[in-house]
Design a binder for this molecule. Structure first.
Ligand code: ZN
Length: 77
């Protein structure tokens, strides 16, 4: 398990794993694999970060600068 490259198995289980759709046994299997496979570990980290960013974008759709700009526009109306 030292080679670094696309891992078909990980592509298959990564999404259901992140969506918490796997059984406890499967989760343990994924975590065991993540610890051994550097490719999947990286892939997993990337997906986790991506999901966090997407969630943040949903919660905070506008950044502060844009909000200020919009507030200024509203005052001019
Ligand atoms: Zn892998």
């Amino acid at each position: 398990m030292s080679e670094i490259g696309p891992c078909d198995w990980c592509e298959e289980v990564l999404q259901p794993y992140l969506d918490r759709e796997l059984s406890a046994t499967e989760v343990a299997e994924v975590e065991h694999h993540l610890a051994a496979c550097r490719w999947c570990e990286k892939r997993f980290k990337f997906e986790t970060d991506l999901r966090r960013l997407v969630r943040q974008a949903v919660i905070e759709p506008m950044d502060a600068a844009l909000k200020a700009k919009l507030a200024a526009l509203r005052l001019e109306l």
